[in-house]
Design a protein around this ligand. Structure first.
Ligand code: ATP
Length: 371
């Protein structure tokens, strides 16, 4: 294991937060090296690379770019499409952070003899009894803890999080004060980087492009017909299987969805279940969507003592949504079992769940099922 030093490798996206992060790290006396990952280039635009590089030059820091477009395509975009084809709700940002962004920062830092790794994430970290934890950001509107439950001690101990203590408003002001007006004016990124708008058009486009030689294969695709063919009209049904209306294809719906169903009934209805095999989507009242038990796969626990069997842990299944109280245990088949203390609606397979207690992020996982 490398000795701690005053060097830090910072992920620089070209955006406000990581740019201000670079300035704050320099102010704190670190020798900063910036790395910009080429994950995905929307409309082939590489402006972000030039922005990051230009900023690094002005700050007098070393800057490198690192092309991971192929890995990103395989691990994140194909996964994203495949999850919808399975009737699930994917979490690409969570996976990117936990499987790509932070591990890559650590790997490159290792190669360069740099101990610390940093991003412009709005999160903080603390050490308690020899264990490092991610904790909520000072700016609760920007808090990004929800995306980082998969990180382990080897990463956590090396992390520097210069944006955790300030608000976004302060970050913009900081950039202006330091003479970086353009940095301060950058728009906040919205949604998923490779699909900032409507995921339905993205899905259609991806599957059309991949066509019959689809790189995106799954169990449902055994019949060797292109997945694009699967995006066809299907039935909205009620819980008894009665036809309600036509829909545009099951991958275009998410459990818990109410808006955009394209139907008008005299009662509010929500997507309750998705059946990819028959291309049917079950609609029902919100109450029938409520669950009290959730099972997670691919989980990570930061501290077992604090999480398991604790009678009152907070679980979040959405970035900006409600916090629920629960108890967490491990099942005999190695899933995490969440017993919710009050029912929760709109629990979709594929989504992430993150656990908190006393402000500490204790881990999380991917939802496989609920009841
Ligand atoms: N292409 C990239 N290369 C290197 N690091 C990145 C890249 N994209 C994001 N990051 C890092 O991950 C952090 C969080 O990214 P995210 O896209 O969630 O946030 P953001 O609020 O848009 O940040 P920013 O304002 O810095 O773009 C960024 O602050 C940055 O440090």
């Amino acid at each position: 294991m490398m000795e701690e030093n005053k060097r830090v490798l910072l992920g620089m996206s070209g955006g406000t937060d990581s740019s201000v992060a670079a300035m704050r790290l320099l102010e704190a006396g670190y020798e900063v090296t910036g790395v910009t990952f080429r994950f995905y280039e929307l409309n082939d635009s590489t402006e972000y690379l030039e922005d990051a590089h230009g900023l690094a030059e002005r700050l007098g820091i070393q800057h490198i770019t690192y092309d991971v477009r192929e890995i990103f395509h395989k691990q994140i975009i194909e996964y994203f499409v495949q999850e919808y084809m399975l009737g699930h709700t994917p979490v690409p940002c969570t996976l990117c952070n936990n499987l790509l962004k932070w591990p890559l920062l650590a790997k490159i830092a290792d190669e360069m003899g740099i101990f610390h790794i940093a991003t412009g994430h709005y999160v903080r970290k603390v050490k308690k009894e020899d264990t490092y934890y991610i904790t909520y950001a000072a700016d609760s509107d920007k808090d990004q803890t929800f995306f980082l439950w998969g990180l382990k001690q080897d990463i956590l101990q090396r992390m520097l999080l210069p944006m955790g203590d300030i608000t976004k408003v302060e970050a913009r002001a900081f950039a202006v004060e330091h003479g970086f007006r353009k940095v301060a004016m950058k728009r906040d990124s919205i949604g998923v980087c490779f699909c900032p708008m409507d995921y339905r058009s993205f899905l259609k486009e991806c599957l059309r492009r991949d066509g019959s030689q689809s790189q995106v294969r799954n169990d449902l695709d055994r019949n060797d017909h292109s997945q694009f063919q699967r995006l066809k009209r299907g039935k909205f049904i009620d819980e008894k299987g009665n036809f309600i209306a036509w829909h545009e294809g099951y991958p275009f719906y998410t459990i818990g969805q109410r808006r955009g169903l394209g139907i008008h009934l005299n009662r509010p209805v929500f997507v309750k279940e998705i059946f990819p095999e028959t291309n049917e989507v079950v609609l029902s009242s919100l109450q029938t969507l409520e669950k009290t038990e959730i099972f997670l796969k691919d989980w990570n626990i930061v501290n077992e003592e604090r999480l398991l069997n604790n009678p009152d842990v907070i679980v979040k299944i959405r970035y900006r949504k409600q916090e629920n109280h629960c108890t967490v245990t491990i099942t005999s088949d190695n899933l995490l079992y969440i017993h919710l203390h009050e029912p929760l609606a709109a629990v979709a397979p594929g989504q992430a769940a993150a656990f908190y207690k006393d402000g500490l992020l204790l881990g999380g996982g991917i939802i496989v099922s609920s009841r």
